[in-house]
Design a protein around this ligand. Structure first.
Ligand SMILES: Cc1ncc(COP(=O)(O)O)c(C=O)c1O
Length: 395
């Protein structure tokens, strides 16, 4: 072999005797075939074979297999973000004239996708009250092909009764899709409670370090594999094995991070909830959170994400008071090792059950920092909001 060829060719080295605990990272667009016949027959390799990098590598399949087992489904697909997982969970099953019913409390960018993209293709989009199955029953009809759930709801944390929702949806022949990002497959298993498709924004708790975007979609039934796999190929959607490896690494510590974040959240909630300028704290493990009884019945744990509602006098000061934070950062993508706060508007994203409380909610994601530093920040924030309210109050 000439030098230039040596530069290009990958030498075979001994792998026997090498066993590591971390998954190998396989990068590939091209898959090479042992002979011309194998190449000609590559289409026969099926969903589990390798024929092109877009359709998966051993690294991405390793993460997919882990998710399939944890979700108790039959097959998982990875996508470049949680949002992509949610949109691709819908697209292959819809055509003009169909209808989609989406929980009113769903992640706002998914509403945006439905309102602007699905309607552009002649698909009817409607929203149902997430905590009132009778409202779903009153809106559903035989044109409905997908009933979408997200529980607990984005920012406002309402817990949905999935078995009841699935019973209604299936009676009309609709598929049930479920965004399980909050609970992760460790604390909730939607496919065992009636969902047909479960999605995760792995970007959040699973990867856990705020440094990658990734989503997953797991199906309960073999018949759902082909439409999704075909759509992914047609749209040209695949993910990087490096990102999959990072998510696999994050998975190893998921259990312990969730427990730690929940304990940290409970300590902060106890302090925040008794403050006179706070009207409510929203977290499924709190008895007054809508759907708490369902959370207790169906979930096996909670995490470190919660929301705080302030009085009408305090709410206008919340966003600017965040400037006093030291340990917390201001940012939206929750579930990482760094604690975050983000002011979130709600009213514009609720139509089936209009939001009647203050529009702005403070969403808090507790990470892994020392609890004392987090408490110091929370105390300073509450003091700053109080000072601003008092400065404005008439003498
Ligand atoms: C519940 C939920 N689903 C999906 C997503 C989207 O995930 P990604 O940021 O990976 O697109 C988010 C992001 O905040 C989310 O909160």
């Amino acid at each position: 072999m000439k030098d230039l060829t040596q530069c290009v060719v990958t030498p075979n080295v001994k792998t026997e005797g090498f066993a590591s605990l971390g998954p190998a990272i396989h990068r590939a667009s091209t898959i090479v075939f042992e002979n011309a016949e194998a190449y000609a027959k590559r289409g026969e390799r099926g969903h589990d074979g390798y024929s092109y990098g877009l359709y998966g590598t051993p690294t991405t399949r390793t993460l997919e297999e882990k998710l399939t087992r944890l979700e108790q489904g039959v097959r998982t697909f990875l996508l470049p973000s949680g949002q992509a997982a949610n949109t691709i969970a819908m697209l292959p099953f819809l055509k003009a004239g169909d209808k989609v019913l989406i929980a009113d409390t769903t992640y706002p960018p998914l509403r945006d996708f439905a309102n602007s993209e699905l309607t552009r293709f002649g698909i009817d989009v409607d929203y149902y009250d997430a905590v009132d199955p009778a409202d779903l029953e009153s809106r559903i009809d035989t044109r409905t092909k997908i009933v979408w759930c997200e529980s607990p709801g984005s920012t406002t944390m309402e817990v949905q009764d999935l078995p009841r929702i699935a019973e209604i949806a299936h009676r009309y022949g609709a598929l049930v899709g479920f965004d399980n990002t909050w609970a992760t497959p460790l604390y909730y298993k939607p496919l065992t409670l009636g969902a047909d498709i479960v999605t995760e924004a792995l970007t959040k708790y699973v990867s856990g370090h705020s440094d990658l975007l990734l989503g997953s979609l797991t199906v309960a039934d073999e018949s759902l594999i082909a439409p999704i796999r075909t759509a992914l190929g047609r749209y040209g959607i695949g993910v990087s094995p490096d990102d999959a490896a990072l998510a696999l690494r994050g998975f190893e510590t998921l259990g312990i991070r969730l427990k730690h974040a929940e304990a940290g959240a409970q300590a902060l909630i106890a302090e925040i909830a008794r403050h006179p300028l706070v009207t409510r704290v929203l977290h499924p493990a709190l008895p007054d959170c809508p759907g708490h009884a369902i959370w207790k019945r169906d979930f096996t744990g909670a995490n470190g994400l919660f929301s705080v509602l302030f009085t009408p006098a305090a709410t206008p000061h919340v966003a600017s008071a965040l400037d006093v934070l030291n340990t917390f950062s201001i940012g939206a993508s929750w579930g990482g090792t760094h604690s975050l706060m983000a002011p979130m508007p709600v009213k514009a994203h609720r139509t089936a059950r209009p939001w009647k409380e203050e529009d702005l909610i403070l969403r808090i994601s507790v990470g892994l920092e020392d609890p004392e530093d987090l408490m110091t920040d929370v105390t300073a924030l509450l003091a700053e909001i109080t000072a601003r309210v008092e400065r404005q109050a008439p003498a």
